[in-house]
Design a protein around this ligand. Structure first.
Ligand SMILES: [Zn+2]
Length: 409
């Protein structure tokens, strides 16, 4: 096929509601390693201008992507399997396309509403298959701004204004004044929401704004010095509304209260949980204080010091430190503590400052033969032991070594 062949006639330029058409295959090609065809005319919208490509079938074969060949503007239909026919019947996935038409036309109105209410231009547009966004040039978008823009957009939708397509020359374009300059040269396709917005655009749009149904702004977040505004329109907005109703109902069911009481109920639950956490922390501290006193009382005299040794079953490593701290404060004490509640198990050896036995050395002597690791200072050492079943052995060995050093026994 030579370069002089005419580019594809785009049927959607003049009628975006064509869902079924016949065409002649003018070129078979491979597009990024996949089979593709170019037709003399098509109703398939190729990806561009922020709008995703159409899907559908040619002679029953799925069309997986639609792109524009940059050199000549031909519309390339990427097929799931090679197409050998010379005449084809094309069918558009209308649900998907109409969804894009709703989002796209809604975006035109939304962008004009931002311009009218805030003087804020649209920098870029992305109409995804899930989310649609516009990037808006503005210093600070408040919830009030967004309410006003959303309200104006929905008013224009409700007024069911006609959406017209014009092909104009550059002089007419200059006279009209459009929302943004065109990105192409020659005759310009201008899409007009009557008495509201005119913009150069090659996309697909609904005939009247009422077909959009409704628009909802979901959120606005700062993005590259501007604001990225996410919105849904039409069927997407209805689905989103339904999802939110169901979510509120489920949450209400879980919390056993009606929608209007949800916020107060959640706030009360959070306050209660925080109070319970505080109380638990205070009770735990008190519990481990008492536990330390019991351990002290059960300790054995060993030369000039009291030797305390225990495996704390229900403790956490944090509680182990708490108990050791309380014991050290008693003076003239060696505390050899173990925790076997998880993998690895833990050992904590601590002394008061008046005891001349180095805990870091003692801990290493005990742990190394058992495959454990640890360290610290002379008065405080902590380590990990791979096998929790060996904690009792380790403590027994440590006791024996302390006795040898302090009493020579
Ligand atoms: Zn458009």
């Amino acid at each position: 096929m030579s370069r002089s062949s005419p580019v594809t006639e785009r049927l959607y330029y003049t009628n975006a509601y064509i869902t079924r058409f016949t065409a002649r295959v003018v070129e078979q090609l491979t597009w990024r390693d996949r089979p593709a065809v170019i037709l003399d005319r098509t109703a398939f919208y190729p990806e561009g201008g922020g709008q995703p490509a159409d899907r559908g079938h040619l002679n029953g074969v799925p069309v997986e992507d639609v792109q524009v060949r940059r050199e000549d503007g031909a519309v390339v239909h990427v097929m799931s399997t090679p197409l050998t026919a010379t005449e084809v019947e094309g069918v558009i996935d209308w649900q998907r396309r109409f969804d894009h038409m709703q989002q796209h036309t809604a975006q035109h109105i939304l962008s004009q509403a931002f311009l009218r209410i805030l003087g804020a231009a649209t920098i870029s547009v992305h109409l995804g298959t899930q989310a649609a966004t516009v990037d808006i040039a503005h210093d600070d978008l408040t919830p009030e701004h967004l309410h006003a823009v959303e309200a104006l957009t929905n008013r224009v939708i409700e007024e069911n204004r006609e959406v017209r397509v014009h092909f104009v020359d550059e002089a007419t374009l200059a006279r009209w004044g459009v929302r943004r300059p065109p990105r192409v040269q020659g005759p310009i396709r201008v899409v007009e929401v009557v008495d509201f917005d005119r913009v150069p655009c090659g996309g697909t749009h609904v005939r009247r704004t009422g077909e959009i149904g409704v628009l909802a702004i979901l959120r606005a977040e700062r993005y590259k010095g501007a604001w990225r505004v996410t919105f849904v329109a039409g069927a997407r907005a209805r689905q989103d509304y339904r999802r939110r109703r169901e979510l509120l109902q489920e949450v209400g069911h879980v919390l056993s209260c009606g929608e209007n009481d949800l916020l107060a109920r959640v706030q009360r639950l959070l306050a209660e949980a925080e109070a319970a956490r505080k109380q638990l922390r205070s009770l735990e501290a008190r519990f481990w204080q008492l536990e330390a006193q019991v351990l002290w009382a059960n300790g054995e005299p060993c030369g000039p010091v009291r030797l305390v040794s225990a495996t704390l079953e229900s403790a956490t490593p944090h509680a182990l430190r708490h108990v050791a701290t309380v014991l050290r404060e008693q003076g003239s004490v060696i505390a050899l503590l173990g925790w076997a509640g998880g993998h690895p198990a833990r050992l904590l050896f601590a002394t008061s400052s008046d005891v001349p036995v180095a805990m870091d050395n003692l801990l290493r002597e005990v742990l190394t033969p058992l495959g454990g690791r640890g360290g610290g200072r002379a008065e405080w050492a902590e380590g990990a032991l791979p096998d929790p079943a060996r904690v009792k052995d380790a403590l027994a060995q440590a006791r024996q070594k302390v006795r040898e050093r302090l009493t020579g026994a």
